[in-house]
Design a protein. Structure first.
Lengths: 696, 312
């Protein structure tokens, strides 16, 4: 079967857009092929700075013929309806349609429409230009006098189609004056001429001859391998950086990896600053000494050309730029060190954090108050927490953070240490931002913990107060991440704190500032935490229904207890007793639901011993009372395993009850009493979880 | 003309003025009108009406020029080897952008001695936007061995109007480029006239004193009260000229777009001076930028109603 080779050759495509564009190209073309009845065998897409390419293997040469029965109007329908049917079915006379009998609704016409499949190349000639015209670039542009939009000017299109063994045909189409052909170009400098290509294999080989590595994964491999080798040869180790690797692979068609040096005197600057400088501005890698882990005065650059001097001039040029950049960084760093962090704070009075939530200075004051309140709850020294809260945002006003925002926090730590702050205070300046993402570390030092919680809770309470909650995919202030951060800090450090009262207190102090702020949102915010907790626990493998069953109980704002209860519940439900009891409780609940609905009443409250007729009733009632009492006492001790064990004692009695006792007795009072007994089972289990939320 | 045919003092890798002359000559050979700098203070070559206004409307236009550019905030009292509050940009505008614009650009680098057999030239994504001009475009920073030597932009919108046809704009940072080809680390050490010994004139000889004086002025002494007034006056004058410039009540022909635009340029520079002086707060800053943009948009609209804007 024939293959398609499709290449869109343009001016330099931004590196960050290439991967997505290759995926989109593949999806758009293959979806349209499938829609057209052309089921292909395989497809691969590639991107380089100057081209998007797609190879689709095994496309049928023709679309299959289509036979379709088209249902028409009733026999004897108005003329207009018949006419419309003939037109849509491509018939000239109603005699060409058959009549289908339908004794119920009346006979109707049916037309057999036969559509011959078209040659695939004709279908491609429609699909491909459409894909070009509707391509979903994040940002596209016009150029010259044309109207076509593309990410950067589009210069040529290759579209060949044919079986592997033959010379392919060119798919006949043009977009805005650019006709598809079989000619492309190689590397901009190393092989600028054009050449003709046939199939994918031929294309890849000719590109390679013309100094273009088509596959981005291959380019990444080359860069990584050569960079490691170069570092290793000098006794160093590459500081790997996936994001940078991806970007660099998108900036070159022919990666040539070179190593340069910088003045070791710059190593006095913190390593992260050097790395950010070299990475952000120059897109170069840094290397370190594998023994000490500290940076070496070397960098690895990836050029796009094989220079005639072996790269000497390129290395020298990059070294010059890096020297200038590091000089700037050093200047920034040293300038920053000359001002104490607390002396910067005045400026925060002028900086608006959020129009409705006031200045940064006000936010810092709120964080401080909350952190101090949290300090004893997490075992932190109050004065250290207060100091850390005061200083923790000051680095936002430093030159280095202004230049490299990703170093916020870290620079705060360095500057705090440099001015002789306590180690825990300095660490908190960095760690209060943590955890930033699922892979990030959770702080454990109590000072950091208090500040990390205060920082995140203030944001959450603040944005809830002004009703700017995350909606759908929109979460501009990363509130979901903040809530998840709070959850992880609490759980990892096993902090038993009542989130609800802390939120309420912070809300009150915020409301003094926010006239007319929405009041009483704490329940909504707690529900948001509950949702985040569910997501978090599910990711750790917990059953979401068990989490629901626990969260459905009143006043669950101690996250550590929630998790322990879920764990105990999961263990219990794994036992024979647990499974049977769950079945019994479900049965009781179902009966109750049906009967309560029928009678339009709610059966609850104490059972009357005088109405018991069977021993099983009496025994169950006693068992419920004992189990409930025991379970509640165990819960109060936070001993959930014991609570589950207490509930488990119900099992034989519940089983015996259902075996021997008919709930719907003839005597109304007896029946009502039995229904109340069933409610007793439900009520007793509520001491550990809401069993009705548990699946199975 | 190959460099070796030039007298040493005229070679682009030896003298700052030689670099400028080489670029002018190259772009003249490509059919550009070689203009002189606009006679007003501007923040970038783009402000020159030969770019801002000529980018609008259907008429073809190819021009190149040097534009002294003022960024009051970038002054460093002559103490920073790379930053200046006054520097030169070499600006090229080609409308419609020709299909071989990238090649033309690379040849211009060859014309000033940057050989792509030796150097690594790259086009790295850079979207350009000028909030004050209501303009944006897509293109790249052009890197030579890791150093940004030019900006390359396909204008999509200027003064809030869509550019059709699209103009291609090239901006060379001349000092940086000269430092590169001369192999100099400090801008003030650039050889300006390409002569040696006693005849040698450096960039510092020409501009160091100016950098020191203007830094003092921009950061410490510029008269804020007067500047605030000037901003208001320029804004008012711009609006007045725009209003008075309409040929008739139908507003289809404008007769004073250029003088009005001068006042927009003025307002923009005065804003930059006030900003450098630190007398505009963060919130106010945005509103000043918007005020200049409104002027730029109105001037763009007026320009489109003139002959060179393609009207009638």
């Amino acid at each position: 079967m024939p293959d398609l080779l499709f290449e869109l050759f343009s001016e330099e495509i931004p590196a960050r857009m290439q991967g997505r564009a290759a995926d989109d190209l593949k999806k758009l073309v293959t979806d349209k092929l499938v829609d057209a009845g052309l089921v292909y065998e395989g497809a691969t897409a590639f991107a380089t700075p100057r081209r998007l390419a797609l190879a689709v293997q095994g496309i049928p040469a023709r679309q299959p013929d289509l036979r379709e029965e088209k249902k028409g109007p009733r026999v004897g329908a108005p003329e207009k309806a018949i006419e419309g049917f003939l037109k849509s079915a491509g018939l000239t006379d109603i005699a060409q349609a058959t009549v289908q009998k339908d004794p119920k609704k009346g006979d109707f016409y049916v037309a057999l429409v036969e559509k011959a499949g078209r040659p695939a190349i004709d279908v491609l000639a429609e699909i491909l230009p459409l894909v070009v015209r509707t391509f979903p670039w994040p940002k596209s542009m016009r150029w010259g006098s044309g109207r076509l939009t593309w990410v950067r000017p589009l210069h040529s299109i290759v579209a060949t189609f044919g079986p592997e063994t033959e010379d392919p045909d060119i798919v006949p189409f043009a977009v805005d004056g650019i006709a598809a052909g079989d000619t492309t170009r190689g590397h901009r400098f190393l092989s600028p001429g054009d050449f003709r290509v046939k199939h994918y294999d031929d294309y890849v080989q000719k590109l390679l001859d013309a100094k273009v590595v088509l596959d981005p994964a291959r380019r990444r491999d080359i860069v990584l391998h050569e960079a490691r080798q170069l570092a290793f040869a000098q006794g160093y180790e590459l500081v790997e950086d996936q994001g940078l690797l991806d970007e660099v692979a998108g900036l070159v068609e022919w990666p040539v990896v070179l190593m340069g040096s910088f003045d070791p005197a710059f190593l006095k600057i913190p390593g992260e600053v050097i790395r950010s400088t070299i990475r952000a501005n120059q897109k170069c890698f840094v290397v370190r000494d594998p023994k000490t882990g500290t940076l070496a005065p070397k960098f690895v650059l990836v050029s796009n050309t094989e220079a005639s001097d072996g790269g000497k001039a390129i290395v020298a040029g990059n070294e010059r730029v890096i020297r200038a950049r590091l000089s700037d960084a050093k200047f920034f760093y040293e300038t920053d060190l000359s001002t104490r962090l607390e002396d910067r704070l005045k400026k925060f009075d002028q900086i608006v954090f959020h129009e409705k939530l006031g200045t940064q200075a006000e936010r810092i004051a709120r964080i401080e108050r909350l952190a101090v309140e949290l300090a004893p709850l997490v075992g932190a020294d109050v004065e250290k927490v207060r100091r850390a809260a005061t200083l923790c945002k000051a680095d936002l006003l430093t030159e280095v953070v202004g230049e490299f925002p990703e170093l916020q926090g870290l620079m705060g730590k360095y500057y705090a240490l440099a001015q002789g702050e306590d180690a825990a205070v300095a660490a908190a300046c960095e760690e209060h931002y943590k955890p930033q993402g699922p892979a990030d570390r959770v702080p454990t030092d109590p000072v950091s913990v208090a500040l990390a919680l205060a920082d995140k809770l203030d944001i959450l309470v603040g944005f809830w107060a002004i009703d700017e909650k995350p909606t759908g995919s929109k979460d501009p202030y990363a509130l979901r991440r903040a809530a998840l951060g709070v959850i992880r800090v609490i759980l990892d450090n096993k902090l038993q704190i009542n989130l609800s009262s802390i939120i309420q207190a912070h809300q009150r102090s915020l409301n003094e500032k926010l006239q007319g702020a929405e009041a009483g949102f704490d329940a909504d915010l707690l529900a948001f935490f509950a949702d985040r907790l569910k997501v978090q626990l599910r990711e750790q493998g917990a059953r979401h229904d068990l989490v629901d069953a626990v969260l459905a109980l009143a006043a669950q704002d101690d996250l550590v207890l929630v998790v322990r209860r879920v764990e105990a519940l999961a263990k219990f439900l794994d036992t024979e007793d647990g499974k049977n009891l769950l079945a019994g409780v479900k049965r009781a609940t179902n009966i109750l639901r049906i009967e309560e609905k029928r009678d339009g009443t709610r059966y609850s409250g104490a059972v009357e011993a005088g109405l018991f007729q069977d021993a099983e009733e009496r025994q169950l009632a006693q068992a419920i009372e004992a189990a409930q009492h025991e379970a509640e006492a165990a819960v109060a001790r936070e001993d959930f395993a014991a609570a589950m064990a207490a509930i488990a004692t119900l099992r034989p009695h519940v089983d015996a009850f259902f075996e021997k006792v008919t709930v719907n007795a003839d005597d109304k009072a007896v029946r009502a009493n039995r229904l109340r007994l069933l409610d007793g089972i439900r009520a007793a289990t509520l001491a550990v979880a809401d069993f009705s939320r548990i699946e199975g | 003309m190959p460099h070796s045919d030039l007298p040493p003092h005229m070679r682009p890798e030896r003298s700052f003025q030689g670099l400028i002359l080489a670029l002018q000559r190259y772009w003249a050979d490509q059919g550009c009108v070689i203009l002189q700098p606009y006679d007003m203070e501007v923040g970038a070559g783009t402000f020159h009406p030969a770019t801002t206004l000529r980018a609008l409307g259907p008429k073809h236009w190819n021009a190149a020029y040097v534009q002294p550019s003022r960024r009051p905030k970038d002054g460093r009292y002559g103490e920073n080897p790379n930053r200046l509050q006054h520097y030169y940009q070499f600006q090229v505008i080609l409308k419609p952008s020709p299909p071989d614009l990238q090649d033309l650009y690379l040849k211009s680098l060859a014309a000033i001695g940057i050989d792509t057999a030796l150097h690594d030239v790259r086009f790295v994504e850079d979207d350009w936007e000028s909030p004050t001009l209501g303009a944006w475009g897509l293109g790249w920073e052009c890197w030579c061995d890791g150093m940004e030597v030019s900006q390359f932009t396909y204008f999509q919108q200027v003064a809030g109007f869509e550019c059709a046809p699209v103009a291609g704009e090239l901006t060379y940072g001349l000092e940086r480029l000269a430092m590169y080809v001369q192999g100099v680390e400090n801008v003030y050490d650039l050889n300006f006239n390409g002569r040696d010994g006693a005849e040698r004139v450096t960039y510092g000889d020409v501009f160091l004193q100016a950098e020191q004086e203007y830094s003092r002025h921009n950061f410490e002494h510029s008269d804020s009260d007067m500047l605030f007034k000037q901003f208001g006056m320029a804004e008012e004058a711009c609006r007045k000229y725009l209003e008075a410039g309409w040929a008739d009540g139908k507003k289809t022909r404008h007769l004073m777009a250029l003088p009005a635009y001068d006042q927009c340029i003025k307002a923009s520079h005065v804003f930059n001076l006030l900003d450098a002086r630190g007398v505009i707060s963060v919130t106010e800053r945005q509103s000043y930028i918007l005020r200049v943009r409104e002027l730029a948009k109105a001037c763009g609209g007026a320009w489109l109603a003139t002959a060179a804007g393609g009207a009638g």
